[in-house]
Design a binder for this molecule. Structure first.
Ligand code: NAG
Ligand code: NAG
Ligand code: NAG
Ligand code: NAG
Length: 397
């Protein structure tokens, strides 16, 4: 470990430099001109801003406040507005110069509406055509290729990563404007079962907690689904719980708010769950470990393995272990085991790091100062950052 620690620190630094040099922030770029405030507001409200910031090569076709009125006056849902605005995000780089030098005077380029799979056929492609007098026109491919908007000016360019171009009108299409599935059509248990979370879905149903989860979808819901293997391993312990504790444990796997991975990454701290009620906090801590996001309950640390479903207002992540709330497990431990100190961390992750709890080094990471289990957590963090750094170095992502 003595060797790994400096190596990990160096890699973290490299990672951070890499991230910083690539980072752009569309919200900040557009905030410089109040004429785009409405467009900017909706990029954030629909979370398209997060998607834009994550991409390394992107063009944003911004419209001013008066042009935005043409869609806002139609009273669309936020989900429909997201579809329409995603037509304004091209997954290629078009600076002002490139616009005027299009080969053969016309091109068709994929928008984020296409790349997110919401569009069928070519309906997510945007046609860019050089027309007479040095003008450049834009249209959506399926809209009879009518070129409904034209280029006004360049707002911001960072070649060849992000370009923000002002265009005259909102681009839209019947498909983007089509009513989207209403959130209440998102049946959580059906989604879970289709996405390899059958065991967790059964837990939801057997406790009746599925109804609470489902009722929360409309207002925003984040679900952390433990893998089937993790649920299987936990089954005997689960069986031993009282009905009320079973329900609380299951509810502990949901947050009554939509949180994209980007949002989880940027806001480390304690979060409430569906089990939170008055004095029963049932919260856990979201921690950012380089590229990884972990959930720390004080009893276990779970890692987010992937996103199973992201359709705002619902997002479902897969996690590698069942989240054990301290409200249930600390209490049980005290009653069952007379030596809570030594047994505290046995259950899950501690096993892998048992011999390496070199507490002295733990504090200078500064991340876990208030964490009683600091040593063990830091070890887990150090190695997962190291792993992601190595993955990054190998694949150059
Ligand atoms: C621009 O994006 C490319 C990947 O397309 C990346 O390698 C490069 O570092 C980025 N450049 C800047 C200045 O951000
Ligand atoms: C982008 O900039 C806005 C406004 O300056 C700020 O509120 C937001 O936190 C920034 N987002 C990121 C991911 O840095
Ligand atoms: C773009 O639209 C124009 C006008 O409808 C059409 O003439 C042109 O062929 C289209 N370009 C491409 C690449 O599809
Ligand atoms: C259930 O939780 C309560 C605290 O709310 C605790 O006293 C009890 O021991 C727990 N029961 C089981 C079986 O874990």
């Amino acid at each position: 470990m003595a060797l790994l620690r400096p190596a990990a620190t160096a890699l973290i630094l490299i990672l951070q430099l890499f991230t910083l040099s690539n980072a752009h922030n569309i919200t900040k770029i557009l905030a410089k001109d109040p004429a785009f405030s409405t467009f900017n507001h909706y990029l954030s409200a629909t979370h398209l801003a997060d998607d834009i910031n994550r991409r390394q090569t992107i063009t944003v076709l911004a419209v001013d406040n008066s042009a935005m009125n043409s869609i806002l006056s139609k009273g669309y849902s936020l989900y429909t507005i997201r579809n329409i605005l995603s037509l304004h995000v091209l997954v290629d780089y078009f600076g002002a110069k490139k616009l005027h030098q299009i080969t053969d005077g016309s091109t068709s380029t994929a928008s984020m509406f296409q790349s997110t799979g919401s569009a069928t056929g070519t309906s997510g492609y945007v046609n860019i055509t050089d027309i007479k007098g040095g003008k450049v026109a834009f249209g959506v491919q399926d809209d009879d290729s009518r070129l409904t908007a034209h280029y006004v000016k360049s707002v911001f360019e960072k070649a060849y990563n992000i370009s923000v171009l002002h265009i005259s009108q909102v681009l839209t299409s019947p498909e983007a404007e089509a009513p989207t599935a209403s959130p209440s059509d998102l049946v959580l248990t059906a989604i879970l079962e289709k996405q390899g979370c059958k065991a967790f879905s059964d837990m939801l149903k057997s406790t009746g907690a599925d109804k609470t989860f489902q009722d929360t979808v409309d207002g925003g819901l984040t679900v952390f689904c433990p893998s089937d293997a993790a649920v299987g391993k936990f089954a005997p312990k689960f069986k031993a719980l009282s009905a009320a504790n079973k329900t609380a444990l299951v509810l502990y796997h949901g947050m009554p708010v939509y949180q994209s991975l980007q949002m989880l990454r940027s806001g480390n701290g304690a979060v409430n769950t569906l089990a939170t009620e008055g004095d029963n906090k049932y919260d856990f801590t979201v921690q950012n470990d380089g590229e990884d996001v972990t959930l720390e309950t004080d009893v276990v640390t779970a890692k987010i393995m992937g996103t199973l479903k992201d359709q705002e207002p619902l997002i479902v992540y897969k996690v590698d272990t069942v989240l054990l709330p301290r409200e249930i497990y600390k209490a049980v431990k005290k009653a069952a085991a007379p030596a809570p100190k030594s047994s505290k961390h046995k259950p899950k992750n501690a096993v892998a790091d048992g011999p390496s709890a070199d507490a002295p080094g733990a504090d200078d990471d500064g991340e876990v100062a208030d964490d009683k289990n600091g040593a063990v957590h830091v070890m887990i963090k150090g190695s997962s950052v190291l792993v992601s750094a190595i993955v990054w170095l190998c694949f150059g992502i």
